[in-house]
Write a protein that binds this ligand. Sequence first.
Ligand SMILES: [Fe+2]
Length: 227
Amino acid sequence: MTTRAVPMADVRDMYMAHTVFRREFGLMPELVRGVAEGDTARSEVVGAHLDLLCRILHSHHEGEDAIVWPRLQERGGREAAEIVPTMEGHHRAIEAILRRLGTLAPAWRATARGGAQVAEACEDLLVVLVEHMAMEEKEILPLAEKYITAAEWKGLGEHGVNSFSKRELALAFGLVMYEGDPEVVGQVLLEMPFPVRLLMPHIAPRAFAAHARRVHGTAVPPRAGRM
Ligand SMILES: [Fe+2]
């Protein structure tokens, strides 16, 4: 492949996505534990938040499975051959925990009973996820910058956009914007269609602030702080 004339992936948006996961999944176990037994109004709020974050994570990994791993395997030679199977293993482990949550969380959300098991599953998820993201940032992103084109990389964002309703998209973008580097946020916005591009910077932070107030009790929840 000739890489000289073709712009290669700008992977900074991946750090922004990971920051969302670090922050929100980092806060999740305590959030779940904080729901009193039988308080179904609260379990509905936290359960909906957990469901959304799990779907964002699932879609994020689906995109990587479809776009990133195959191209690195194809083009990255030994460097990729060593690390990609580890990444795929992490994804399988994470998917297994997401399935466990898919079984446990809806019942807890509806009844506010059985929260301890949901919180434990969230803790297990956090352990694998944190390790996975750190390794991905260290080992995979440098390879992506080398072997994946900017156009291909954009497919990750498109996959994400297509996975959610417009309303969820505004909130998802608000989750990103909260700690996102404004320059990188601006670049991601440039990829969006015209009206969305103009509206998103106004709608998304508001959607996030309202959501965070409901879920975290504040519009400014603790930041993960790693960009
Ligand atoms: Fe990732």
